[in-house]
Design a protein around this ligand. Structure first.
Ligand code: C2O
Ligand code: CU
Ligand code: CU
Length: 433
């Protein structure tokens, strides 16, 4: 799906559909009948006209994760409820100077986000730039996980799975388990990888092949650098250039220890452990065609020259006394309340936010709409401009970001992107005006 004459128009039908997953007839939640939903190809300056048709019995809504668009009205508004059987017309404008990169869409109806994403609702968004690199193949790889019961329904998370953030037994790449990719030696491919898992951290690696990291989220590496692996928190995306060498390699997640709640009492069997994602078979005649240089990329802006007018601190918290005797998740010991404003920001401000994690597990911090530049990770200054929309806040640690509130006044949210934690209350409201 591509925009035409600056307008991207589409209908997204949300329904429960039978799709084949791992040889099982699975009853997944789908956008337009498939898992993942269709990929949107956009350009900066585009106007988006999206009709969301909800054919479920339960409510849902739509969030364009990472896009810097207005959160107001029928924009990227996380407070909307599109009831079962209803439809809604979203309107968004991508600014003329919107960064190129990989983004994604998924539902954001508080309390149901983990269930709906784990059930199959996600799709990729690519904002194409002007410096596209010639490649043999462009692959958009949406990585997700889910667990299917023998009757093909998606498993409900158990209490401890929900507390830790549920991870699925099946790792899917574009809805398939361990797909096979074919290429010829010397070919260069663009891999745009989305971590659409509800809670799983991915540490992507492709041993035996050369991976060049072009960017993560809206951030661009300048110059692009060779990497052995890339850590993607739930919600993050990686933009990679892979040059194929003869042989068979496996695309894997190496695993990441994200800790567990209550000093291990909640059980954390293999949380975000190693997993195989896909197999790459490179054979046949050598192709010298893609040997061209990677064009120079414009360096991302650096907010460190700007004096932050305001500094704030917020802490990701977890304690006893949650609903039904469970854990209480929140920011600053308060669970999410859509009616309360937790942070009031002046439009145009650059602010410095310190996000602390007082718990025994890692939490990926995500802010909607407004771009974040990470300047400090657990006490260590970050050298280069590093733009992210999901940042890991390690157990007991902290991060520091600069946030640019130059545009898009309105109300939106920040939250933990372990979606079970978000649903359990680790989310808060920011109002920019
Ligand atoms: Cu992908 Cu509010 O998040
Ligand atoms: Cu988001
Ligand atoms: Cu969390």
């Amino acid at each position: 799906l591509r925009s035409q004459n600056g307008v991207f128009r589409t209908e997204l039908v949300v329904a429960r559909t039978e799709v084949e997953v791992a040889g099982i007839k699975a009853h997944m939640l789908t956008y337009n009948g498939s898992v993942p939903g269709p990929t949107w190809l956009l350009r900066a300056g585009d106007r988006l006209e999206i009709r969301l048709v909800n054919n479920l019995v339960e409510p849902t809504n739509l969030h364009t994760h990472g896009l810097a668009v207005s959160p107001e009205g029928n924009g990227d508004n996380p407070f909307l409820t599109i009831g079962g059987g209803e439809s809604f017309d979203y309107r968004m404008e991508l600014p003329e100077d919107h960064p190129a990169g990989v983004f994604w869409y998924h539902p954001h109806h508080h309390g149901m986000v983990a269930d709906q994403v784990f059930g199959g609702l996600y799709g990729a968004i690519v904002v194409e730039g002007d410096d596209e690199i010639p490649v043999s193949r462009d692959r958009v790889l949406v990585v997700s996980d889910t667990t299917l019961m023998t009757d093909g329904t998606v498993a409900q998370g158990s209490h401890s799975q929900v507390m830790n953030g549920r991870e699925g037994e099946l790792l899917l790449v574009n809805g398939q388990t361990q797909p096979l990719f074919a290429a010829r030696p010397g070919e260069r491919e663009r891999w745009r990888v989305v971590n659409a898992c509800a809670s799983r951290y991915l540490r992507l690696a492709l041993p035996g092949q050369d991976m060049l990291l072009l960017g993560v989220d809206a951030g661009h590496e300048s110059p692009p650098r060779g990497v052995e692996d890339v850590l993607l928190m739930p919600g993050n995306r990686a933009d990679l250039l892979v040059t194929m060498r003869r042989g068979t390699s496996t695309f894997v997640s190496l695993g990441h220890n994200r800790g567990s709640g209550m000093m291990g009492m909640m059980g954390n069997a293999d949380l975000s452990g190693p997993a195989t994602l896909a197999t790459v078979v490179v054979e046949g005649e050598e192709t010298p065609a893609d040997a061209g240089v990677v064009p120079d990329r414009v360096a991302d802006p650096d907010l460190r020259d700007r004096d932050p007018g305001n500094r704030r601190e917020m802490t990701m918290t977890m304690g006893m006394g949650g609903m039904g005797g469970g854990m209480a998740f929140g920011f600053d010991d308060r669970p999410f309340d859509g009616e309360r404003i937790d942070q009031s920001v002046t439009t145009g401000a650059v602010e410095e936010w310190t996000i602390r994690n007082s718990t025994t597990m890692d939490h990926p911090f995500h802010l909607h709409v407004w771009p974040m530049q990470v300047v400090e990770e657990s006490g260590t200054r970050v050298a280069e401009p590093m733009w992210r929309d999901v940042v890991n806040v390690p157990a007991g640690g902290s991060i520091k970001v600069l946030v640019d509130f130059a545009r898009h006044p309105g109300r939106s949210v920040y939250h933990c992107h372990i979606l079970d934690h978000e649903d359990a209350g680790m989310m808060a409201v920011v109002d920019v005006g």
